[in-house]
Design a protein around this ligand. Sequence first.
Ligand SMILES: Nc1ncnc2c1ncn2[C@@H]1O[C@H](COP(=O)(O)OP(=O)(O)O)[C@@H](O)[C@H]1O
Ligand SMILES: [Mg+2]
Length: 270
Amino acid sequence: MSRPVTDPSAPLPPGGGEHGDAPEPLLQVKDLGVRFGAKQVVRGLNFAIAAGEKLALVGESGSGKTITALSLLRLAGAAACTGQALLQGRGDLLAMPEREMQGVRGGDIAMVFQEPMSALNPLMTIGRQIAEILCLKKSLSAAQGAQTAIELLAQTGIAEPARRANSFAHQLSGGQRQRAMIAMALASAPRLLLADEPTTALDVTLRGQILELLSNLQRQTGMAVLLITHDLNLVRRFADRVAVMEQGALVEQGPVDAIFRAPQQTYTRR
Ligand SMILES: Nc1ncnc2c1ncn2[C@@H]1O[C@H](COP(=O)(O)OP(=O)(O)O)[C@@H](O)[C@H]1O
Ligand SMILES: [Mg+2]
């Protein structure tokens, strides 16, 4: 009659608690709702991300993944957001003054998008854009910023990083642009990276490379990652846990192994 006492489906907090209690999550989202006018596009969302954890948010197109990430950074435009998003050491992202939020954006939390052209300034070299963040967020001098920008580009595996630092976005290939955007996101040493379909616009070989890059950088820096995707292969290869969205609500979440082995919801099985 002996049964295992540990619950294999319970998520193991990476790092563990200092005092043996469950550690406070890095980000705890409570009852998040997002509404555009009369249209409720996200409702009743509850999830947490531990420090250093890789959580995948999956769901079909239009299920509310992007708007969830944007609302955490208060970049959801005209949307009305309700609920709480508690960031460790900062408090509720949805309630803090805009001025404090500016310190969180591209500081504690960075974001990379599917389309790097929308995130890169077309009129400024890649190196200068990264150096600006380093000067602003890390108080580096202009010369230090320029040098560190090249090092960050090198970390992303870009060939000839010093030359690329002097390039404009339109002079780079799609894969190089994606690496440059990742370098820019890493410039502030974020505690949490929101990666919204970071490989969707790339061809299949590049997809694998960029995913591996994110994986390596996550390991090196210890940052947590929220990976938004509709590609279940990426989820399996990258994430510790997965949360499944359908029509604005979370229908299932748990460790990747468990969900791939035995999806509870018909939606997830599909
Ligand atoms: N600015 C906006 N105004 C009105 N509706 C929006 C806006 N942005 C997104 N939506 C709606 O919110 C829903 C979720 O969109 P989105 O988060 O982009 O989905 P996903 O990223 O999962 O594909 C969709 O129905 C979309 O039409
Ligand atoms: Mg989206």
